[in-house]
Design a protein around this ligand. Structure first.
Ligand SMILES: [Mn+2]
Length: 303
């Protein structure tokens, strides 16, 4: 006879009820929020997503006939200090490196975007090289300082990433709000591809896939996909700290994600989904889209 306690009592919710890791692709919560330029709240995202995920159907957008949840396990949330960004980024680096070493890849749920600096260093250290950084974001996050006097923040970390891990290629997708200093930096990189929100809306899926395939095939080494959900239009993703008008539709974002994961294949070592901010999400109306994005990443990511 099984115990009713074991059967009915759970000590902790996991994302979609998947097992704790384990085997499978680990999903790690990274509730970092040490630098904010506008509306706070990203630290609450992993917990809210995990709690609400149990009420959703587990169906990805494109039904490929696979059980997407069978690919995943829940690693839990990273414990962080409060307000010490460099220490936290280093802890993220260390934990994600160990995760990639052990499970081969990782999906992380932020937290603010600065966490992707930690992920990039982890990918580089774990794999011994760093190939392609894909920055999907309404912003370029490439300021020298922001706020003025602060070198490392969610508005500057791409400069640190470029300096530290020296990507062979940086791809900026979906940006639409930036200053001259940032766009000059992004265009001035040795190897970079820039497609604004407008560019993406004007391309058809075939053109987009061709371009992404060409870019990915021209370089070797690991791929790191970092998705700031503020790339989406505020009408479907109001729950962000820095909303920007005329964003991507979910279908447009999904074309990008599918192309990167299809052509990147086993080279994709890390996917970061960052900047969801529950306190700025009226009625949590952005959550169904966040949940769908996680399911779609799991659907397309190679095991
Ligand atoms: Mn952003």
């Amino acid at each position: 006879m099984g115990s009713d306690i074991d059967f009915y009592v759970s000590s902790q919710y996991t994302l979609f009820g998947v097992p704790k890791c384990g085997s499978g692709i680990p999903i790690l919560g990274v509730p970092i929020e040490d630098t904010v330029s506008f509306r706070p709240g990203t630290r609450f995202a992993p917990g809210i997503i995990r709690y609400w995920s149990q009420y959703f159907e587990f169906t990805p957008t494109e039904d490929l006939g696979i059980d997407v949840l069978s690919k995943a396990c829940d690693l839990g949330d990273l414990t962080l200090l409060q307000g010490v960004v460099d220490v936290n980024v280093d802890r993220i680096r260390s934990v994600i490196k160990e995760t990639i070493d052990k499970w081969g890849r990782v999906i992380s749920i932020g937290g603010e975007h600065t966490m992707s600096l930690g992920t990039a260093k982890a990918v580089s250290e774990s794999q011994g090289s760093y190939g392609v950084y894909v920055h999907v974001d309404a912003h370029l996050d490439s300021r020298e300082e922001w706020p003025v006097g602060q070198s490392l923040s969610h508005a500057t970390f791409v400069r640190h990433l470029v300096r530290h891990v020296k990507p062979q290629l940086v791809i900026f997708l979906g940006f639409r709000s930036y200053d001259r200093e940032e766009i000059s930096f992004a265009r001035g990189l040795e190897n970079s591809i820039l497609l604004s929100t407008r560019d993406i809306k004007l391309m058809n899926n075939h053109e987009l896939r061709l371009l992404i395939r060409g870019a990915i095939d021209s370089y070797t080494g690991p791929i790191h996909l970092s998705i700031d959900v503020d790339v989406l239009d505020p009408s479907i993703m109001p729950g962000v700290g820095n909303p920007e008008g005329f964003g991507l539709s979910y279908g447009e974002l999904l074309r990008i994600v599918k192309a990167i994961l299809d052509y990147g294949g086993s080279r994709v070592k890390a996917v970061d989904i960052v900047e969801y901010s529950p306190p700025n999400d009226p009625g949590l109306m952005s959550l169904p889209t966040i949940i769908k994005l996680i399911l779609d990443v799991l659907n397309y990511i190679h095991t």
